[in-house]
Design a binder for this molecule. Sequence first.
Ligand SMILES: Cc1ncc(C[n+]2csc(CCOP(=O)(O)OP(=O)(O)O)c2C)c(N)n1
Ligand SMILES: [Mg+2]
Length: 321
Amino acid sequence: MKYRKVLQNLFLIRKTEELISKEYHKNIFRCPVHLSIGQEAISAAINFVFNSKDLAVSSHRAHAHYIGKGGNIKNMFAEILGLKGCSGGIGGSMHLTDKSVGFISSSAIVGNSIPVGVGLSLSQKMENKKNLTLIFFGDGATEQGVFFESVNFSALKNLPTLFICEDNKYSVYSSLSVRQPENRDILKVVKKMGIEAIEADGNNIFQVIKTYQKAKKYIFSKKKPFFIKFNTYRYVEHCGPYDDDNLNYRPKKEIKRWKRKCPISFFSNYLVKKNIMKNKQIVALEKEIENYIHNLYKNSKNYPRPNFSTTKKLIYNEKSR
Ligand SMILES: Cc1ncc(C[n+]2csc(CCOP(=O)(O)OP(=O)(O)O)c2C)c(N)n1
Ligand SMILES: [Mg+2]
């Protein structure tokens, strides 16, 4: 394993999100942001197993997936600033795209991108491609009707779909216990619908990589879809850059427990313990990436504004068919 590269990927996501968090109060971003601080390992592992021809779609919490898939971070900053970034400046944080690395789209409507991902995997199967589609969504999205239609269709047609549920235990302020009957296990539900499903520790990047490898092997050898549930936790508020621990919808003990399981501390401690990297080297790499991200952000401010007179062309209507 390329340890330094793994740590680099983790820092790329954390430092981008921290910068957005620090800058948010200036009111220069033209959209709300949903940060993945605490959930980085699931995205940082992507390019160790999948390549740019494997496609991906995501949800409202898309920055980490976009970066993990290799998306251009400068273009993403520009997009969030309302400039002509990765989605032409008309999408914002929740509608990211970078076709060059196979990151097709993300969507603000919970569950909305799941059938799009299944459609992409259908096209991969029809064109005999040796690639698959990664669909990232939250635990809340598994309560949408379209999730079940998508799982059913993918199972029925034996598509190369990898469903990736980031179970951070909450949908906005609601925990699983107030949303679903006790003991409903999404893995059992999905398995009964005909899809192999496993869960793993989403904060342990070794487990994440291993689980992705297992899923990929299964999808190509059995020619069937696969479902992963990664257990994880977000550290800041549902939408926005601050913590909202004062609202008390999450027990203090629970927050503390998950903060001790920080994916970056976990991996850094491993590297130090095994004498792979010294603490000093880790701190230096962190600083290097922080500066790198800062420069990308600075340069993204020079992008032009979108030309709104052309946006009409982008609206779907009968004539644009
Ligand atoms: C169809 C729909 N219903 C409700 C919302 C409001 N909403 C935005 S994010 C969200 C929570 C989704 O939770 P989850 O899928 O677990 O993702 P997480 O935010 O935890 O990453 C909700 C209810 C929405 N955007 N779309
Ligand atoms: Mg959630």
